[in-house]
Design a protein around this ligand. Sequence first.
Ligand code: ASP
Length: 452
Amino acid sequence: MTGETTKMVGKKVRLCGWVATRRDHGKLVFIDLRDRSGIIQVVGDKKLGDLRAEDVVEITGIVRKRPKDMVNPKIPTGEVEVEAKEVKIFARAKELPFPIDTEGLDINEDLRLKYRFLDLRRPRLVKNLELRHRIIKFIRDWLNERRFIEIETPILTKATPEGARDFIVPSRLQPGKFYALPQSPQQYKQLLMVAGFEKYYQIARCLRDEDLRADRQLEFTQLDLEMSFVKREDILDLVEKLMTDITQLFEKKIYKLPFPRVDYKEALKKYGDDKFDLREKKEPNILAFTFVVNQPLFEWKKSENRWDAMHHPFTSPNPEDISLLKTGKISQVRSWQYDLVCNGHEIAGGSIRITDPKLQEKVFEIMGHSKEQIKRKFGHLLKAFEYGVPPHGGIALGLDRLVAVFAGEESIREVIAFPVTSSGQTSVMDAPSEVDPEQLKELGLDVIKRKI
Ligand code: ASP
């Protein structure tokens, strides 16, 4: 690796990577060789003269200390260079569609995503993905130390409402039937609590067919948590400690500790929004984490003329307000939901769950489900609750946003390897796309084209 050369002065090295730049100085030719760890200057004669930017090469040579006046303080390997003895070309490269030695933020994003495999050669993005990897590793180690168990849950499943449209997948074995892709592992993690795992987590992929906004992707990653025998404060304390410990990895400061707990209604009154920024000025290195609590259990969904769960239907009402459910004062029922906001972004959301099957049914009814629908859609959960369900609650943290905050990036697409474009097109690969008529036939599907 180029990054290790500074410790190898006088030694023979074999370096593999890409030609970042080439400069001809008459007899002497210089190239910057780039690999994952960074770049190094290689100096040689005409055998380097044939190389072009982005060719993939192997250079064998001797590491030399650069003369004092030639040191380049801008790169970590700036005190040394490699005197090339042999050059092998693995592959040639065409001219790139855009420069990759810049930040790249001024380049058309659709073009960047079409050539994401080149865009990802950009040092900023390499750094972002390494940071993402470090954060996820830190989270895993941190939770493992506290006896959490990471469990994978299915991707082909049944709808779990999180307030978005489902992606559905046709079944070949049972024509006319469909799986839904999970909007979150919500019901599975609750079932894992019924099973007795007590402390679960998952770095989980969630899929929601939503209109894309700057901050949204059709699929995104959550740190999903669930715990049994806990109260709201136990979960908030855990999340606060995790966030504080992660922050210590970076040159960032927490605005206020313990994280302020702000009542939902107060937040709306004071900031006009439940995703607010406590900082007076937008200082990027100050992280103003705040918990928002006491959200209403339901909100009125005008477009559908019905009550909908503010978080999701598995959220417990505040027991003090359960009587209001019976008297029809739906809008006044507070929930045991909690959100974590940071610098104006919602970072996490969760709740203490309902465990009484009767209460769960009541909530579904208020949301407009008939008894038959409840049984068909959620009968499995209600049944599970009849076999000894522990009190439980959890939370999910949006990892993409969290990494973006630590990376100092505005858009979550800058911290996702292959995001979708703003029109829902996948990076590099042309999806969504049409499928073979044969595949449709096998699935028993006909596509009727009509304008929506
Ligand atoms: N499933 C929820 C979500 O995706 C999080 C939770 O309640 O734990 O927002």
